[in-house]
Design a protein around this ligand. Sequence first.
Ligand SMILES: [Zn+2]
Ligand SMILES: [Zn+2]
Length: 145
Amino acid sequence: MTARSLQSAERLCKEKGLTFTPLRRQVYGLISADKTPIGAYELLDRLKKQRANAAPVTVYRALDFLQEAGLVHRIDALHAYAACEVDRTDHGGLMLVCNRCKTVTEFENPGLEQQIAETALQHEFHASEDLVEIRGLCSLCADIS
Ligand SMILES: [Zn+2]
Ligand SMILES: [Zn+2]
């Protein structure tokens, strides 16, 4: 799967009544161009090549926006951000995270999401919509280990 295009991200923001500013667009472009999730400071370094005055707060604000819009997920295991790869934006996301090459594969499984929600409910646990990260080795990395 691949991240949605800039045009599709733009359309999504418009549908939600959100403003896709040039800065947000740039940050999203940097995240979605990368095959592996990208950390905030790495993002800042790259952004500075386009905007010399970019500061950490600039990046964090844009990231907050992109996460809320459902365009980007924060991968806790890697302390990094990845572009969402599915069409729905109202989900926490299910992620396969490779410990070695750091690639992240997002997949959809409404049944699994439902089960997680039901399990939480049974325990009277209020689950947040955070994504589920499954860590391990991708097929390429498993082959060389
Ligand atoms: Zn997603
Ligand atoms: Zn791998």
